[in-house]
Design a protein around this ligand. Structure first.
Ligand code: VG1
Ligand code: CO
Length: 560
């Protein structure tokens, strides 16, 4: 050890390293500034509860541009801070849920995840760094705030100068004072999935003559995982996967599985009338389920998985302890929870809020409207898990004569009614204008006669009576920590509502998200187009927030 000198490097603190909804996300040139990345890694290491000394950390990411440079820095800084061992994925390709699983199964101290998720990659695009705890889940606010506080004040960081480590070779080696183990990050995760689901039933289902499958990895991290699942395990042929070669810039695409960015998948599914289409995002924690003529909204997806949980061996065995959704996610899940008499929770946006409930044994299945669905098998949302869960459900439904995605959706609506849901994103809006939109709503909520008033959508002269308003705050039922300012909501007397909040994952300017929801038990509406059904509500939301006036944006950037 004495051969390796720990070097103390003087630095100047940056003031903009506050982790957002899911880690620190900035443009690559920001991370490339001298000391910038080192400072943030040092802040993470210094904020590990109990300190960095003698810890084991799992490291990997979606393989986006600049990943190798950052991993080499992590190795040197970890060595400088007394970390005992780093477990790194071969070529860094490690999906977010698979990292979560690896941390848990190894009982590691935590993990450093290199991803900006669904944001584009490349020299001018986004990079991201996130810390996960020993439960495999994203660091809670107390820890991310400690990282931020540290980053604002640090004056030096510690490293050991080491030669570049070759991350293409499997195996464990000693590099100076630190042990580096390069692992196959795919096999253990796929083996784990096989213990959760009924792969025999899924295999029989996907090989039926009238069933076809197409998965799109959007050139993100899930490619090798999907190949193992769909080709090796389920025995499907090459034509059932696309976009499965991870690329540092996602092949110039936007690795976000929604109707806008996964257009290649949507097009292929419609053209070839594929029964089951699916996609996941850059780091593999999001999913989209889309069959010919049948799109599953993420809000419906989590409700349906909860409703069919008994067909999934993991839940059939362990039971469903509780259900949860993020606040803007539609209330479809709540209706399943009520019907089944299961405890359910509404938490702020971001997966970190589900972890405590899972650790306390009170939550099994949860989801977010942003194409995030998952369970307590890990502590991250899990794209491939959701996709395999759907295949498991379709196999079970098929045996009951309920055919395909459309059949499962119709069956669900006839049991529970239909929740129409849509999100409008206004990306890279001027920050001042975005703040004015929020201020507009705050002022409106403070006025004494707003609750009880009936704003009208002029185009259809539909009016909605305001029943309740607020800025969502959450008290964690387990550790009683309070998270305030989590989104402005207006609920109307017919149960419909809208929510406005600012994104915490953007890297430039501000992104305003507008979420609208309407519930219907009128079966003549079940087949209706979502945007049509929500039109009057959207009009009212835009009017009340003065969004168009304040931002100059007539149309959103993305509608999901
Ligand atoms: C968005 C989504 C949120 C999700 C987060 C991270 O956050 O709305 O539901 O948990 O992204 O997902 P925000 O603050 O931009 O609305 V991922 O796949 O980017 O890790
Ligand atoms: Co993601």
């Amino acid at each position: 050890m004495s051969d390796y000198q720990v070097k103390t490097v003087p630095t100047k603190a940056f003031q903009d390293q506050r982790p957002g909804t899911s880690g620190l996300r900035k443009r690559v040139p920001v991370f490339q500034q001298e000391h910038y990345t080192e400072n943030f890694i040092q802040s993470i290491l210094s904020s590990i509860p109990g300190g960095p000394k003698d810890t084991t950390l799992v490291v990997g990411g979606d393989g986006r541009y600049y990943s190798n440079e950052v991993v080499q820095k992590i190795i040197q800084l970890s060595a400088g801070n007394g970390v005992k061992k780093l477990v790194i994925a071969r070529d860094i390709i490690f999906s977010t849920p698979a990292i979560s699983h690896e941390i848990r199964s190894r009982k590691a101290t935590g993990g450093i995840l290199l991803t900006a998720s669904h944001n584009p990659g490349g020299p001018k695009a986004d990079f991201g760094i996130k810390y996960n705890m020993d439960n495999g889940g994203p660091a809670p606010e107390a820890v991310t705030e400690a990282i931020f506080a540290h980053s604002k004040e640090l004056t030096e960081y510690k490293l050991v100068d080491l030669p570049e480590v070759d991350l293409s070779q499997l195996g464990e080696r000693q590099v100076g004072p630190i042990s580096i183990e390069v692992i196959d990050a795919v096999k253990p995760y796929v083996a784990f999935l096989k213990t959760l689901f009924d792969f025999d039933a899924i295999k029989a289902y996907v090989h039926q003559p009238d069933v076809s499958v197409l998965f799109d990895g959007l050139s993100g991290v899930t490619g090798p995982y999907a190949r193992d699942i769909f080709i090796n395990e389920l025995g499907l042929d090459e034509s059932s996967i696309q976009g499965c070669e991870p690329s540092p810039d996602f092949n110039g695409g936007h690795p976000d599985p929604n109707l806008t960015y996964a257009h290649d998948l949507v097009k292929a599914v419609e053209e070839k009338q594929i029964t089951f289409g699916a996609a996941s995002d850059g780091d593999g924690d999001r999913n989209m389920i889309y069959g010919a003529g049948a799109f599953v909204t993420p809000s419906d997806s989590v409700a349906i998985i909860a409703d069919w949980a008994e067909s999934i061996p993991y839940f059939a065995k362990g039971g469903v302890k509780g259900l949860a959704r993020s606040m803007p996610t539609s209330t479809a899940l709540d209706r399943v929870a009520k019907a089944k008499g299961i405890e359910h929770f509404e938490v702020p946006t971001g997966w970190k809020f589900f972890g405590n409930l899972m650790d306390a044994g009170r939550l099994s299945i949860c989801g977010e409207e942003s194409f995030g669905t998952g369970s307590d098998h890990v502590r991250e949302k899990d794209g491939l898990w959701a996709i395999v869960a759907w295949l498991n459900i379709l196999a079970a439904a098929d045996k009951k004569g309920i055919k395909g995605i459309k059949g499962v959706l119709q069956d669900h609506y006839s049991k529970y009614g239909r929740t129409f849901f849509s999100r409008y994103d206004y990306e890279e809006v001027d920050s001042d204008a975005a703040n004015k939109v929020i201020k507009e709503l705050s002022d409106l909520f403070a006025s004494s006669d707003f609750v009880g008033s009936s704003p009208t959508a002029t185009s259809s002269s539909t009016s909605f009576k305001v029943a309740e308003v607020g800025n969502f705050a959450y008290t964690d039922p387990i550790d009683h920590s309070v998270s305030k300012n989590q989104g402005h909501y207006v609920t109307f007397s017919d149960g419909s509502r809208f929510v406005v909040r600012l994104s915490g994952t953007g890297s430039q300017g501000a992104t305003i998200r507008l979420y609208v929801e309407k519930y219907s038990q009128d079966s003549s509406e079940y087949g209706r187009d979502t945007q049509e059904g929500l039109k009057p509500l959207i009009e009212v939301a835009l009017k009340l927030s003065k969004l168009v006036e304040q931002t100059g944006r007539k149309e959103p950037t993305v509608i999901t």
